[in-house]
Design a protein around this ligand. Sequence first.
Ligand SMILES: O=C(O)CCC(=O)C(=O)O
Ligand SMILES: [Fe+2]
Length: 224
Amino acid sequence: MLVLTLPLHPQLLGALFAETGYLPLPGLLTRQGLDTLREEAGRLEAAATRRDFRMECMDDSPRHMTTLGGHHIARQSELISGLYRDTALLELLTALHGTDVLPVEEEVERYVLNILHHPGDTHGAHTDDYPLALILFLQAPEKYGDGGLLEFNPGRRDLTALNEPGTRQVHHQAGDAYLLRSDLTAHRVTPLTRPGIRRTVLNLAYSTEHHQAPATDSARRLYS
Ligand SMILES: O=C(O)CCC(=O)C(=O)O
Ligand SMILES: [Fe+2]
């Protein structure tokens, strides 16, 4: 099954990615890919866990969301574990990043499901342990005013940058994706503003040859 529509000019897009650490990939999922992954996420959600706490090691930023860690997903979804290691996807990411992109071996964090589905649900400010995050949108609020926006300040790693000028807020639709230099770019997802909306993303984390993952316990707290 064809899950992804590969963009035509990865080298040009790579230059854009290098500039800001963020690259929107609108419509990366095919219609069939979106439908199938959304159905898979719906099935997996039964095993997901509600999280409501503040992350001490990330300036006490809030987590109000439902999550499922990669160790569960690996056992329950051949579709997602196969997509994660898909050769065409790895080649695309390598072209966009300009250097070899490698799957993460650590099994809790390498792919995760994040579900925001109550008013006020938010994935608060943080940086990731691995350099690249490919976020696939399986469900998304339709309107900008519904919340669930990705917020980041290009080139800024400190979490306080998110309260400073230069911060961008971006809206994505179901079927869209974005690539983020997620270890060097502080980011968060703004709270959902009303009942009845859902934002479900699959985060595929990738590494590079010489990357040393920092020893935070944030992934364990959110996904174990
Ligand atoms: O949901 C998003 O857009 C970002 C997800 C994220 O930052 C993460 O899973 O680490
Ligand atoms: Fe993140």
